[in-house]
Structures are given as C-alpha cells and as structure tokens.
Ligand binder design. Structure first.
Ligand code: FPP
Length: 229
C-alpha cells in the first residue's frame, strides 16, 4: 500500500494525513474485494523496515489498527471475513496487539474472505522464522532432513494455510517487491498501479483483475502445455 506519504506531501499535508487517507482506502478495498469474491487479501500495512521511520509517523501508523477495527470489525463479522495477521506482532504496542488479537479471535470461525494484515512484517524474516520452527521440530527428533520438502516448509510460515499468491498489486508507481511474501509470490502475477494508495479505488482493483485475467500463467510450462494442462 505504497504512496501515502507522497500523496499527502503533494497536497501540502503531513505524511500522517496520507496514512489516515490510506486507512479509508483499506476500508473501501476490503469491502469491494469481499464483494468480488476474493478468497484471500493480504495488506502490507507496516514492514520490518518501517520501524526506522520518525517516531511521530510510527505513532500515527500504530494508532490506525485500533481505529480501523473499532469501526470495521462489526461489518467484517457480518460479511463473514476471517482476519489473520503475519509478522512480528510482539514488537507492536500492547494496545495494537490487543486490537488485532481480538479481531482474529472474533472472526476465527468465519469462512469468508481471509483478510491478512502484515504488520512489522518482512518476507526474509518470515522465512528465517519458519526455518527456526523447523529446527525446533528437528531438535525434538521429529524431522529427517530428507523429509523436508516445500510443502512442509510452507506449513511453518506465519500463516500456514495461506495459498500461493496469484496477484500482487503494488501501488505508488514503484516496481519493487519490497520484502513482501517472498516465499508465497514465487509465481504471482505482478501488476503495478499508477496510483498512490490513498487514491486507489474500486475501478483500479477491477483494472488489476482484468490485467490478471489477460495474463497467461505457465508455471514453467510451454504456452501450448499451459493452454491444455
Ligand atoms: C507506505 O507508504 C505505507 C505505509 C508505510 C503504511 C500503510 C498503512 C496504511 C495504508 C493504513 C493501514 C491501516 C490499517 C487498518 C492497518 P509510504 O508512506 O512509504 O509512502 P511514500 O512512499 O509515498 O512515502
């Protein structure tokens, strides 16, 4: 969800105004994605690297999850959304963790769209964490090196049920992956939106889906094989 800061600065606002506007976009896009039948939506809300930002900007960002859930949790429950988190939650202020944990618990038995918030998240850190979990299993005598395969590795990531990513949308006119879901995006289609996140709308999401639908996903096969699997 890149471009909050630039969106604000271009309008002569403080960067934090961009993050607040970005939260409004989160509200709209979550609603639209669930209406359009998206199975999993993962939002990159705060990266491991974002901890190096000025304290006042971090404070504003840390105030948003509570505000968001205070307003949106009832609707998320009505829509049957299931909320999940990935990342190093233990680094977040206690009240933010509490708001997140409450949302996760309250929606735990829902079966609608999975809405994942990546907070204090880094793709490399997630891979290291998965490795650490596997080493613990090994320590307890439960893992032969030869038995380790991709499926078992994926089962030790932060959200083991998360499927591979089909479509990665990057806003903010950038063409980078920025340490997002590194394992899960192995075969993702990348779409970059020429929009700052606060101005990303339903029509932009639909345009990204249209672009995705035009792509031919080959997963290493030839074009002919991909068309007749
Ligand atoms: C990157 O834009 C965006 C972020 C660091 C924060 C994203 C967070 C939100 C959109 C709100 C999250 C809401 C909830 C409910 C958790 P940037 O500031 O790096 O933009 P720039 O590249 O233009 O400076």
């Amino acid at each position: 969800m890149d471009g909050n800061g630039r969106w604000a600065e271009r309008r002569g606002f403080e960067r934090s105004a961009g993050h607040r506007a970005g939260m409004e976009t989160v509200r709209e896009i979550v609603r639209v994605a669930s209406e359009l039948g998206v199975g999993w939506l993962t939002l990159y809300a705060f990266s491991s690297e974002n901890w190096s930002r000025p304290k006042n900007e971090i404070d504003v960002l840390m105030s948003l999850p509570e505000k968001y859930f205070a307003r949106e949790l009832p609707e998320a429950e009505r829509r049957g959304l299931r909320i999940l988190t990935i990342g190093h939650l233990e680094r977040l202020p206690r009240r933010v963790r509490f708001a997140l944990e409450r949302a996760v618990t309250r929606t735990a038995s829902n079966t609608g769209m999975r809405l994942v918030f990546a907070l204090s998240y880094g793709g490399r850190a997630e891979i290291v964490d998965a490795t650490r979990r596997l080493l613990r299993v090994q320590e307890q005598g439960g893992l032969e090196p030869e038995a380790l395969d991709e499926k078992m590795f994926a089962a030790h990531l932060d959200a083991p049920e998360m499927p591979d990513v089909d479509l990665l949308i990057r806003t903010g006119e950038e063409q980078r992956v920025s340490n997002f879901l590194l394992w899960q995006i192995a075969y993702a289609e990348l779409v970059t939106a020429d929009r700052m996140w606060p101005e990303f709308r339903r029509s932009d999401l639909e345009a990204a889906f249209d672009e995705y639908a035009r792509r031919e996903r080959r997963f290493g096969r030839t074009s002919a094989q991909a068309q007749n699997p």
